[in-house]
Structure formats: C-alpha cells, structure tokens
Design a protein around this ligand. Structure first.
Ligand code: C2E
Ligand code: CA
Ligand code: CA
Length: 770
C-alpha cells in the first residue's frame, strides 16, 4: 500500500514527465495544477500529522497559491513568444511564490534560543555572497555583455536574486538543524532542483532562448512542485526540527573547510573574470565593485561568525568553570555529610574507621574507647524519640567537652559513641574514663524532664596482646563486659575477654539445647518471719544439671540466658514449676513462693498473661506469689506508662506481690520507691554485718535506715544472706520483718522442701521445751 507522500511523488512524476514534453499551454496548465495539488498536500499533511508549528507549511501553501494564480494567468494570456520588457502583475505574483517559499524554509528551520537566530544567517550570508559573485562572473556578466537590450530580461533578472534568497534560507536550515527530517530533505532537494532549473533557464534566455524555457528547466520546475507536495505529505513534516546547539561554535573541521573554500572561491572567480574582461577589453566599473562588495560582505559576515563562535566558546568555558566549582563545593559537602552524623554533627563511624586505619601504623595508634548509654532504648521508648535525640545531642556536647581537644569523638549510631585518644599511661586513660562517667552521670534537663543516665565504656589499648587485631571489635567486647558487670563503668580489653566470649557463646548453645531436655530443676530456700520463726515463704532458685551429678549455679548461666533472650523461656519454666510445687505447700502450710524475674521477661508484652496462666494452671492463689525484680529495672522504668510498670501494676491488682531484690546495690535515688508498684524490699546481703567485723556499726546503720525506709513506705523488709544467730538477733532488734540465708536453710529440692515445711509445722506446733 502506497503512503500518501509516495503516491504524490509517483503521480506527480508521471504528470511532470508528460508535461515536460507537452505544448507550452499544457505545461502551464500542469504547473498550475501541481501548485494547487501542493496546496492540497499541505492542508492534508497539516490535518493528518498536526505539526506543532504549522506556519512554515501555511507559507508554503500560500506560495503555491501564488504560483497557481500566476500560471493560470499565463495559460489564459497565451504565452508570449518573446520576453516581456516590463514587469507585469503576473510576474509580481510569481515572484511572491519565491519569497513565500523562502519564508517557509526559514520558518521550518529549528527554533533556537533568542539571539541565536543570527547564527545560521551568517553562514547563509557567506554562501549567498559567494553565489552572487559566481552568478555575476559566470552568468550575468558574460551574458549581459553580449546583450545590449537590458530591459528585455527585466523580469528574468530577478530570478537569480530570488533563487539566492531561497538558497540562503536553505543554507541556514542546514546550519541550524541537527539532522534534517525526511520532509526537510525533500524541501532542500526541491530547492536544489528549482535552482538548477532557474540557472539553466537564465542561461538559455540570456542566450536568446524561448520564454517557456527548455525541457530541462520545465522538468526541474515540475519536479520542484512534486517534491514540495511529497514533503508536505510526509509524516516527518510534523517533527519539530531540533536545534543544533553543538554546531553553534561551528569550529568543526568540515565547517571550517567549507567556509574556507567559500571564502576563496569569490576572489578566485573574480580574478578569473577580471583577467577575462581585461583580455576582452570589456572591463566595467561594476565588474570590479560587485565582486569586491560581495567579498567585503563575506569578510564582515565571517568576522561576525568567528566572533560569535569565540564568544560562545568563552561562555561555554565560563559555564564549565562554574560547573566545576559547583561540583567541587558539592563534593566537599557530600564528603562532610558522608563522614559526619547529622544529629550531633560529630564524626561518624566511617570517619572513625578511616582514622583508625590511618593511625594503624603510627607510633601511637591511639587508645579506643567505645561508649554506650545505659538503658537508652528505654528512654527512647518511654519518653519518645525527640527527647532521646535531644539527650544524645546533650551527651555529645558533654563528651566533646570532657574528652578534650586531643581526642577524636565520634558517634557511631544510636546511643553509641567512640573516643580515639592519645595513649598515655594506663592511669591517664583510667582518669579520662572516670571523667567521662562522672560527666554523663550529671542529670540532664531535656524538655522539662530531668534525666539520670549513665554510660558504659569498653577500652581498647593498642598494647593489648595478640588476638586483638580489630580494635573496634575488641573495644566492643570490653563494652559488653562493662554492661554485664553492671553498667556505668569502664572495662579494659584483654585477651581473657575474648576467651570468655567464646565460652559464653558455647554456654548459650548448651543452654539452648538444655531447654529442649529436662536439665533444669528448681530449688527452694526458706524465708523466715523473724518474730515467729515461721517458714512463711520460699524463694525459687533455678538449678542446671547438664549431666547427672554436675550442678551449675544460676550465677554462671543467668547472664548468658538474659543476653540471648533464652531467659524468657527459662523463666516461664521456673515460674510454672514453682507455682505447681508451691500450690500444695500453700494449701497445707500457707507458704508463699517468690520467683526471680529478669527485666527481659517483664519487657515481653505477654508476661502478665503468662503469670496468670501459671497461677490458674497450678491453682496457686495470686496472693501466694511474690515476684522479685531488681532495683535497676525500676530505675530505668521510672515512667508511669512504661510497659514493665504497667504489667507489674496489673499483676498487683490481682494480689501478686512485688519484691525489690538486692536492694541498696543500685545507685538509684530513693524517691522513686514511693511511686512504684512494690510491696517488699530485700536488703542485699552485702549490708549484713559480719560477726566481729570492725565496720559493723556503720553496716548496721545502713540496715536500720533501709528497714525504717521500708516501714515508712508501708513495705516489708527482708534481710538476705543471714548466716549466724547473731545476725538474726540484730535484725530482730532493728525490726526487720523477715530473713533468708544459710542460717535458716540452704536452697534444696522440692521433695526435701516438702519435708522441711512439714517438720517446721510440727516444730511450731510442739515447740522445743514446751
Ligand atoms: P538472689 O535472688 O539474690 O538469690 C539469692 C542467692 O543467694 C542464691 O544464690 C542463694 O543460694 C544465695 N544465698 C542464700 N542464702 C545465702 C547466705 O546465707 N549466704 C550466701 N553467701 N549466699 C546465700 P543462687 O541460687 O546461686 O542464685 C544466684 C542468683 O541467680 C539469684 O540471686 C538470682 O538473682 C539469680 N536467679 C536464681 N534463680 C533464678 C531464676 O529462676 N530466674 C532469674 N531470673 N534469676 C534467678
Ligand atoms: Ca532473689
Ligand atoms: Ca538477692
């Protein structure tokens, strides 16, 4: 199936071929017909392909309209056999066709930035001037010298200039457009054909040819119209021509060669003409001035063009320079961003890594401290991230101030900081750590909250023995150790830490395996009411028997179980066992049971429900269960809507009691005790005065204070680690409610506990000496 433009090309060519050899009147009719056909083609093309800027096409249609009118007039007038001496209206209409075609080509060139329209014009002008010289030297001058009747070709003389105009526009089109579309190519070809036809015609007419022109000219004019129609119908007529900005400076090798050739052609042709004219003795003034004038204009245009090109090149260079500077600034900002923490503005982990690597082979690679805020997650969760962030910024400033100018302080992310400082003697490092710990301990006022925080430090000295190749991971291990040892302290890395870490990992694996078998048992230790000597409660203490006969105490594995999260499952198992065992004791003897709870367990959202289930499944009433939590847990959770507190409060509402274990060992203020959901204080055994100890008096006053405090707050006081009758006597005197320790009994298995409880009841029923 033929496309519209192909059809036009084919049909038009057939018409052109036929008309070429027809009588003059027939030819004129063919011209008029084809002109109208082009108008039709433009209308169809614009309708179908909808160019964004159809102006050029409409100008072309208008030009073709003029062509049709002019040719129709000639058909009607009957063509003269000689040339008109005067310019008629029909001529004017016909010339308008050229003007409109030139305008159309101009309008169909690529649109460019403002002020750049001149660009193509200089090239076009240079080509035009050269063409003028050539036309003069080879066409007009020799021909007119032969003709004495100037007026004879008045109309014909206009053609070279009209042709030049069209040529100029085509050159401009070529110079300003990146790649010619197919439609534009047809356009250029059409113009080339019509120029050839016109040149042939002028030559023929000047030589006394016929008005209607030769068959060659006729064929050219006809094909001109056919090609224009094809251009208008081609789909690419709607393609917006792309400006060729890259060509603008125009110092490409081919452009320069072309311009050079054009510039040389003028003078060469002129010289040739002058030599000829002088030889023939026909040298006129105009023979000198016309080529000279054209050459002068060409030179001016060339200078304009080169000036423009260099100005453009300079502007581009400036743009480039600016871009390079901007890039450099951006680069600096990016690398700052990449190496600093946006929150605190401190150097980040990447920065520290680089610094560590850079200093690795120094004489003093530096001493690395890894810092981690204790319980920060808690603050973040209970008070919100904005306060957490503000706290980190405040801590960052404090640390910056404390570590001094010779140390690098970095924030590694989250609540982790690092200090890389010159390694003085061990004492200097210890002092710096002490300074940091003290600085962090000072309360921080953040958004109306007074926050008490502490920090733990892992120290890695470069002199650390083998095994410590990666300073950061060594410091991390030391930090871990500092956390495990109770936080708010500094621990220095040594190879032993690494060994212990390996042991701990192995221990965790063994613990995980142990949980799937029945290697855990619960032992019980009596808690005695000091005034009556009655066994009111027992504390459940977990025991691990990895192999029959081998017992591992909880101090060895509870920390690992807490770290690994295994404590949640283990704790539930102990709780359920304790409730089951205690249910019977409670029925028979009214004995309560106290169970140790790890912070990790209370952080589980379902912990209260777990306790509920254990109570219901065992039948132990809530009033017979006491949960022991540590002091640190409450300090961190001093917020009312904390999950830990919420669960304790819910459990207490059902009658479960809460005891604070190891009371007095935390560094907490006592104010919080008043607001927390607790019932019992267990005084840490380190406060009990050993018999005959010199510091006994001071120890005693401690115990007295705690007992009084407990009673003032309506809490019961339990003394731990009671080993001697003397201690019992003192505690009684101080008014301490209960005691627990080897003096009353060591932790024993459930069966034994049953016997002991039964015996104790017997003893109470039949007191010795009664
Ligand atoms: P704790 O809660 O302070 O338990 C008291 C510890 O002191 C027990 O050690 C007990 O055997 C020991 N003890 C009792 N009377 C005396 C005494 O007169 N003198 C001395 N020197 N020590 C005495 P145990 O059983 O080794 O437990 C150690 C710690 O392990 C416990 O300290 C507790 O914090 C933790 N723990 C034990 N069982 C569990 C458990 O089921 N869950 C959790 N989360 N922690 C547990
Ligand atoms: Ca305990
Ligand atoms: Ca304790």
């Amino acid at each position: 199936m033929l496309r519209a433009w192909q059809g036009f090309l084919l049909a038009g060519s057939v018409v052109a071929a036929a008309a070429t050899f027809a009588a003059p009147a027939g030819r004129e009719a063919a011209y008029a017909l084809l002109c109208l056909a082009v108008v039709g083609a433009v209308v169809t093309g614009v309708r179908q392909h909808r160019p964004a800027r159809p102006l050029g096409w409409w100008l072309l249609a208008a030009g073709m309209g003029c062509g049709a009118v002019a040719h129709s007039r000639w058909v009607l007038q009957q063509p003269a056999t000689v040339l008109n001496a005067v310019v008629t209206w029909t001529d004017v209409v016909y010339f308008s066709m050229y003007l409109l075609v030139a305008a159309a080509v101009a309008a169909l060139s690529a649109s460019r930035r403002r002020g750049a329209a001149l660009a193509g014009m200089t090239e076009a002008g240079i080509v035009a001037c050269t063409a003028i010289v050539l036309a003069w030297v080879f066409l007009l001058d020799p021909l007119m010298n032969d003709r004495d009747d100037w007026s004879a070709g008045a109309a014909v003389l206009a053609y070279p200039f009209l042709d030049l105009l069209v040529l100029t526009m085509v050159v401009r089109l070529r110079f300003t457009t990146r790649a010619l579309s197919r439609a534009q190519q047809f356009l250029v070809l059409a113009v080339a054909v019509v120029l050839a036809a016109d040149v042939a015609y002028i030559v023929a007419v000047m030589a006394g040819g016929r008005w209607a022109g030769s068959a060659f000219s006729a064929a050219g004019w006809l094909m001109f119209l056919v090609l224009l129609g094809a251009a208008a119908l081609h789909p690419s007529m709607a393609v917006e021509p792309r400006a060729d900005e890259s060509r603008l400076p125009g110092n490409g090798r081919w452009t320069m060669a072309g311009l050079l050739a054009v510039v040389l052609i003028g003078p060469a042709a002129t010289s040739y003409a002058l030599v000829q004219d002088i030889a023939e003795g026909e040298l006129d003034v105009i023979d000198v001035f016309l080529p000279l004038g054209a050459t002068a204009v060409t030179s001016v245009l060339l200078i304009a063009r080169l000036t423009r090109a260099s100005a453009l090149a300079r502007r581009r260079a400036d743009d480039l320079q600016e871009a390079v500077e901007y890039q450099a600034t951006l680069q600096r900002e990016m690398s700052h961003l990449a190496l600093h923490d946006p929150l605190t503005g401190l150097p980040n982990r990447l920065y520290l890594d680089r610094e560590l690597r850079a200093r690795a082979h120094h004489d003093d690679p530096g001493c690395l401290l890894l810092l981690d805020v204790d319980g920060f997650k808690h603050i973040n969760e209970s008070l919100g991230h904005p306060i957490g962030d503000a706290l980190l910024v405040a801590l960052g400033q404090r640390l910056r101030h404390t570590v001094g100018p010779d140390a690098l302080l970095a924030r590694l992310g989250g609540d982790e900081f690092a200090v890389l400082m010159p390694c003085g003697d061990a004492e200097a490092v210890d002092n710096r750590c002490a300074d940091i710990l003290a600085a962090v301990r000072r309360p921080a006022d953040i958004h109306g909250h007074r926050l008490h925080v502490t920090i733990s430090i892992g120290v890695r000295r470069p002199a650390a023995p083998a095994g410590g190749t990666d300073a950061l991971s060594d410091a991390d291990l030391a930090l871990y150790e500092a956390k495990a040892a109770g936080r708010d302290r500094a621990v220095t890395y040594d190879a032993g830490l690494r060994e212990r870490q390996v042991e701990r990992t192995e221990l965790i694996d063994r613990l995980r395996a142990a949980l799937t078998t029945e290697q855990f048992t619960v032992y019980y230790q009596p808690i005695v009411t000091l005034s009556t000597g009655g066994f009111d409660a027992v504390e459940a203490l977990v025991r691990w028997f990895p192999r029959p006969g081998e017992l591992v105490g909880p101090d060895r594995f509870i920390p690992a179980a807490e770290d690994s999260g295994l404590i949640v499952a283990l704790g539930e198992r102990v709780l359920r066992q304790a409730c089951r065992d205690a249910a019977g004791w409670h029925r028979q003897h009214g004995t309560a049971v106290t169970v140790n709870v790890s912070p990790r367990q209370l952080m589980e959202p379902g912990y209260a429900a777990t306790v509920d289930r254990a109570l219901r499944d065992s039948g132990l009433p809530p009033s017979a269960l006491i949960l022991e939590i540590t002091e640190g847990m409450l300090v961190g959770a001093a917020n009312r809507d904390d999950r830990t507190i919420a669960q304790l409060t819910a459990l207490r509402r059902q009658g479960v009691r809460v005891a604070v274990d190891d009371f007095g060992t935390g560094y907490s203020s006592l104010a919080y005790l008043r607001d927390l959901p607790i019932d019992i204080l267990k005084i840490d055994r380190s406060f009990l005065p050993a018999d005959g100890s010199g510091a006994a008096e001071r120890q005693l006053s401690f115990v007295r204070t705690i007992v009084d405090l407990a009673h003032n707050l309506g809490l019961a006081a339990v003394a731990e680690g009671v080993e001697t009758p003397a201690q019992v006597a003192v505690l009684r005197e101080l008014g301490c409610d209960k005691g627990q320790g080897y003096h009353f009994g060591r932790p024993i298995g459930a069966a034994e506990t049953s016997e002991v409880l039964a015996a104790a009841r017997l003893a109470a029923a039949f007191p010795v000496g009664a």
